[in-house]
Design a protein. Structure first.
Lengths: 370, 553
């Protein structure tokens, strides 16, 4: 009953408020924040990060991670340029870019689903592959393409709205609907929330895992195409700086839990916008680019800290936290968790169930020990 | 009291220390201990003494109160009422550390040995010998060798503890406890994972230590071990000490009867052998007087119809052989101690763990499940024994938890989820099961009983016809328990075939028309039904079966 208040408001509202606050701070500090980079421009510069965050959210939601999204930008961008040079039409080349991302995602998904290798390792390997291959193919020389049809996807506008933002909007709507309104989306949340329970509920875990990595790869491939269009070239070193970092940060700041099962596409969008805003705001304020990763790092830390507090029942969870500390101090060993930090707030309920059956309470000394 | 050495100094137990305290003062005395957990009375006015240099066998079934009593004696829990005295002085044990400083220590089944560091370090924790701020490895080894050799344990103390066998771990743990100056060592089921030879080593160590005045409390449900090893015996049943006395006052028959709570020995007619298993000694089992209350009968129609499920010779991890018949409309029980193989059997049947051999006929068709999804499509459903581990999905709302096993049936065009129907059907289910709580809040916000009802709603919505219920009322309050019993009966009345696996004999008798007794991975030798199916009979058979198993070896 107690945490009810903190849950009434959707979490996205809070994240949105954070963004607004950041905007206010920057415009008051610089004075020309809104003029120099108006909102559309801000979004345009953040478009690639937003797309990567949206895809990454699917993977984070099932408590996995995809480190390859940044390097997929290079792979798909170079692939798109090579395809265009080989005679593909612009739309055909874009499809090649998306497909390349899909291949990487499929590889990640299949390996993670069918082996016990952690996704951190699997996608770290594919990160290496996806960043090496374009360098090898191009010998690190960007493939410049002057044809306007190539850069159409990145540079065209519809009225005042840049085309990349239209694509971002479309991807956002599709992914948000998939997660919130489909059977597949429900399965993603179930798998992320408790994989064993989902398995016993008849959900085929491997399929869900593969699909989530595939989504992440496809979206990253599409982002690579947009990046290539904006730069009018296939850049073999695209995505090799902070893009991966920013994408994960965006999703996490937006409330997508690294522990899986919690978060929305809307949250990931706002989180990515926050990360983009921070970077551009720091640019406008002439903060050295050397400092910028530090700021983003601090934002991730704060985001995750807030996430784990909310996950353990909001601010009411803090009360439980203190209570369990107090209990530990008294040597009261019955307040135990079931395996990790997120259960702190439910410790009261663990207690309930242990108390319900004194005969079985004794069979869990392993829990008591932690 | 002053003689009890502190936990830090690793001096050997003084050989004559106990004698100096006089033979008439018990090491530990518990008087009129009562422990309540909410409505549950775990211990009811239990008194016991532990005399210097004795081995006290503390016996009882699951839930008899053994574990609670150990926890109270070692300060892990406080009694609701009653007094404790250590070495003749009234003592309040507020923590495990309190009890330890007075020389009362428990060694648990799950041993606290860290496998990745050396045995010597394990023995030395929490304080390692240091020299110039570095760990003094020579001193460490010397200390460890002294502790081990004092107990006749010949093991290199510098090897990683992970290389110890289960029995050696047990020995090392006891040696460590003794070296820390313990006067009373409580051993919780120390032999559960040891073979006979290893058990003998542990008992030998215990006997040699009693010569120094150290006392042991051996907590077990194995009758023959207590008869072999203990000097005195106390039997707990339903939270009360129902019998106690010197070893010589007990024989096998009496001990088994005290454990099961019946002293009669008349012949039993309803106890039958399902199938002549290789070890057909099971046919001898039985022999308790018919209980006054007859178990509830729910399935009058089942006897004639073809079986919904027939299992013959199933072998899987933790299951040595399982034979079982199950009809639509009936509730069949699986009774056995923890670890008897009930859960392993159900999980194999549901495709969680692989089957190695045997035949399963589902609705008359051969069946071997690939995975749980496959089983679910065939109309099976497993309610797992641990709600928190693989039952509820805490981050999801109550609604989504209810519907998660039935998502497929709420699919509309383009894979969209029919959220309106989810809403109406989960509401209806919540009403049917009396689930209290906001359906749109995470399921973690509900009480244990309501969470369990959510899981029952999940299995109902999944449309399963064959329900495998593993400990269906574990950790729920009395009200929810009653409701869940009602729900299980309703499922059977609707024609579902139900297996209820439980370590509570009363629960089995309340729900089931027949019950298989499961022990040591074998299921199907013993089947109780009709008037023979009483809680006492179940417990008696479970104990007897285990004893005969030992006798055969």
């Amino acid at each position: 009953m107690k945490p009810q208040r903190s849950r009434r408001l959707p979490r996205e509202a809070g994240i949105l408020a954070v963004w607004v606050a950041i905007m206010i701070v920057f415009s008051s500090l610089s004075g020309h924040f809104f003029t120099e980079s108006d909102i559309l421009n801000l979004f345009l510069n953040a478009a690639v990060i937003i797309l990567l965050s949206l895809g990454e959210a699917f993977v984070l939601l099932i408590a996995e991670i995809d480190l390859s999204v940044g390097s997929v930008l290079a792979l798909s961008g170079v692939g798109m340029a090579e395809a265009f040079n080989a005679g593909f039409s612009a739309p055909g080349a874009i499809l090649v870019a998306i497909a390349l991302g899909g291949v990487v995602g499929l590889f990640n998904g299949v390996v993670v689903a069918y082996t016990r290798i952690p996704s951190f390792i699997v996608t770290f390997a594919s990160l290496g592959a996806a960043s090496s291959i374009p360098l090898v193919i191009t010998q690190a020389v960007p493939i410049y393409i002057s044809a306007p049809s190539f850069s159409f996807i990145g540079q065209e506008t519809i009225g005042p709205v840049p085309l990349p933002l239209v694509f971002v909007a479309v991807v956002f709507v599709v992914l948000a609907l998939v997660l919130a309104r489909t059977v597949f989306g429900s399965r993603v949340y179930a798998v992320g929330g408790n994989r064993e329970a989902a398995r016993l509920s008849g959900i085929r875990i491997r399929r869900v895992v593969i699909w989530c990595f595939l989504v992440s790869g496809l979206v990253a491939g599409f982002a690579g195409a947009i990046e290539a269009g904006r730069l009018s070239s296939g850049y073999p070193t695209a995505g090799s700086t902070t893009e991966l970092f920013d994408a994960i940060a965006g999703a996490v700041v937006g409330g997508v839990s690294l522990f899986g099962g919690i978060g929305t596409i809307l949250g990931a969008l706002i989180g990515a916008v926050i990360v983009g805003t921070l970077q551009q705001g720091l640019d406008v304020l002439n903060v050295s680019t050397y400092w910028q990763p530090l700021v983003v790092g601090v934002v991730i830390l704060v985001g995750v800290a807030v996430d784990s507090v909310l996950r353990s029942g909001g601010l009411a969870g803090l009360g439980d936290l203190f209570r369990s500390w107090a209990a530990l101090g008294r040597g009261d060993q019955t307040t135990t968790g079931t395996g990790g930090a997120p259960v702190l707030a439910t410790s009261g309920k663990v207690l309930d169930s242990a108390v319900g059956q004194p005969g079985t309470a004794g069979q869990e000394p392993a829990n008591v020990a932690d | 009291m002053g003689r009890v050495s502190s936990a830090k100094t690793a001096e050997p137990v003084p050989a004559a220390g106990a004698a100096g305290q006089g033979p008439r003062t018990p090491h530990v005395e518990a008087r009129s201990i009562t422990k309540r957990y909410g409505e549950m009375l775990a211990l009811d006015n239990v008194s016991l003494e532990v005399w210097p240099g004795e081995i006290l066998g503390l016996m009882g079934h699951n839930g008899a109160g053994k574990s609670t009593l150990i926890k109270i004696l070692t300060g892990a829990e406080q009694p609701t009422s009653g007094q404790l005295a250590v070495a003749g002085t009234p003592a309040q044990l507020r923590s495990v550390a309190d009890a330890r400083s007075l020389g009362v220590v428990a060694v648990y089944q799950e041993l606290r040995i860290i496998g990745t560091v050396s045995i010597a370090e394990n023995l030395s924790y929490p304080v390692l010998p240091q020299r110039f701020g570095f760990i003094d490895r020579r001193q460490l080894k010397k200390d460890a060798l002294r502790v081990l050799s004092a107990r006749g344990i010949d093991i290199d103390p510098m090897m990683p503890a992970s290389q110890l066998s289960q029995a050696e771990r047990q020995l090392v743990e006891i040696a460590a406890v003794l070296s820390s100056g313990a006067k009373v060592v409580l051993l919780d089921e120390p032999t559960s994972s040891l073979d006979i030879e290893q058990i003998e080593r542990v008992f030998h160590l215990m006997r040699s230590a009693t010569a120094e005045g150290v006392s042991f409390v051996l907590v077990t449900h194995k009758v023959h071990e207590v008869l072999d090893c203990a000097d005195r015996i106390v039997v707990l049943r339903d939270g009360r000490a129902v019998a106690g006395g010197a070893r010589s006052e007990f024989d096998h028959e009496r001990l088994v009867a005290e454990l099961a709570g019946s002293t009669g020995d008349s012949h039993q007619s309803g106890c039958s052998v399902v199938e002549p298993a290789p070890s057909a000694h099971a046919s001898e089992i039985g022999g308790t007087s018919p209980a006054p209350e007859t178990p509830a009968q729910h399935s009058s129609t089942s006897a004639t119809s073809a079986p919904a499920l027939r299992v013959a010779g199933l072998v899987a991890g933790g299951v040595r052989r399982a034979d079982l018949d199950l009809h639509f409309g009936e509730v069949v029980g699986l009774y056995g101690v923890l670890g008897a193989g009930r859960t392993a059997f159900l999980r194999a049947l549901f495709g969680v763990n692989p089957m190695r051999a045997g035949e399963v006929l589902l609705y008359g068709q051969p069946y071997s499940p690939k995975d749980p999804a496959d089983s679910l499509e065939h109309g099976l459903y497993l309610l797992s024994e641990s709600r928190k581990v693989d039952g509820i999905i805490p981050s999801l709302s109550v609604r989504n938890n209810q519907v998660v096993a039935a998502l497929r049936s709420f699919r509309r065009h383009l894979g969209a989820l029919d959220r309106g129907r989810v809403r109406t059907e989960t509401d209806r289910e919540a009403q049917r099961l009396d689930i209290r709580g906001n359906p749109d809040r995470p399921v973690g916000s509900l009480s244990g009983g309501n969470q369990q009802k959510v899981l029952f709603s999940r299995l109902h919505m999944a449309g399963a016809r064959l329900l495998l219920l593993d400990e269906p009322t574990r950790g729920v309050d009395v009200g929810a328990k009653r409701r869940i019993y009602q729900v299980i009966r309703d499922e059977a009345r609707e024609g579902k075939a139900v297996i209820v696996s439980s370590s509570e004999a009363e629960e089995i008798c309340e729900l089931c028309s027949r019950c298989y007794v499961v022990r040591k991975g074998r299921l199907g030798d013993v089947l109780l039904s009709g008037d023979a199916l009483t809680p006492d009979a179940l417990r008696l058979v479970a104990v007897r079966a285990e004893e005969e198993e030992v006798a055969l070896q």
